[in-house]
Ligand binder design. Structure first.
Ligand SMILES: [Zn+2]
Length: 306
């Protein structure tokens, strides 16, 4: 059964007034996960927060983490027009660090886990937050797993509608890791054209798959079968991290894809089938229409569960 790590402190981060990345997202998913636990289809765990942000120094410039830690809770700071460091942001990040540590210690790696937290992380660069993201959760999870065992082969599959520029910057040059992203292009943040793509001697590297506005379930499914699953299978990771963003849903207010919740079930089923026995750790990224987010997360988790 899929385990979901729900970071309670996520509710404390405030992206700002009328911001699509709101605490309502976490409240909606907490209600979903509580319901799934009652049905017996998921197990929900609320991790203990870490004391500090030091874990994030694995993926970020220590000077940037020092800057975050010095933040005075009473004074919100806008890192860019969309990205706020609010009162409660440090609590949310300590909660995320606690979840990453617990996932690293997970003994039963035959079952998938899903980390539900906010703000999202995949745009956070080595030295700066951007695009709603303060720290890069997926990159930190990868670096932390590698710190425990440097021989691990780690693949990251990012299906958020936006390119994970931060994750690619932090992990893209690291031997033994593979970063795969599908995203709307051209679109925010402007990266991910495919020019950075490379295959290392070991199948590691970067595979950016830019897709046009209007991409639907059929086009996505073909890309999954023809391009993504074969590359994942040949890389043969020990661990698959999924940057699971649901803002490619047709009802999402930010993205321009026309995906439905059905594709997320299909993605879940297909990655589980392609990588049997591989520890699959999914991390929530975007998804801003609450109803679409709830339906898509349920569908994806049910797909992974098979
Ligand atoms: Zn996104």
């Amino acid at each position: 059964m899929i385990k979901s790590y729900f970071v309670r402190e996520s509710l404390l981060h405030d992206s700002g007034p009328s911001h699509p990345e709101s605490a309502e997202r976490a409240r909606t998913l907490r209600a979903l996960l509580t319901g799934m636990e009652k049905e017996g289809t998921a197990k929900m765990i609320e991790p203990h927060p870490s004391r500090d942000l030091s874990l994030f120094r694995l993926a970020h410039d220590p000077a940037y983490i020092d800057f975050l830690e010095r933040h005075d809770n009473r004074l919100p700071i806008d890192l860019d027009p969309d990205t706020r460091l609010s009162s409660g942001s440090l609590d949310a990040m300590r909660g995320i660090a606690g979840a990453i540590n617990m996932i690293n210690l997970e003994k039963d790696r035959s079952q998938p886990v899903f980390l539900v937290a906010r703000p999202p992380g995949h745009h956070a660069r080595r030295r700066a937050g951007m695009g709603f993201c303060l720290v890069n959760t997926a990159a930190t999870q990868a670096m932390s797993l590698l710190q425990s065992d440097p021989t691990l082969r780690i693949a990251i599959y990012d299906f958020d509608v936006h390119h994970g520029n931060g994750t690619e910057e932090i992990l893209g040059a690291l031997p033994g890791t593979l970063y795969i992203s599908t995203h709307q292009y051209p679109f925010y943040p402007g990266t991910g054209s495919g020019r950075e793509n490379r295959t290392g001697p070991d199948g590691d590297g970067i595979l950016d798959i830019p897709l046009p506005q209007g991409t639907n379930d059929d086009v996505y499914s073909r890309t999954l079968q023809e391009t993504i699953l074969p590359r994942l299978a040949s890389f043969a990771p020990d661990i698959l991290l999924v940057s699971a963003g649901f803002d490619g849903h047709r009802d999402d207010p930010l993205g321009g894809f026309l995906l439905t919740e059905k594709i997320y079930r299909h993605i879940g089923e297909q990655i589980a089938l392609t990588l049997p026995g591989v520890f699959i750790v999914s991390i929530l990224e975007g998804g801003y229409n609450l109803l679409a987010l709830k339906k898509s997360v349920r569908s994806y988790m049910e797909g992974l569960n098979r």
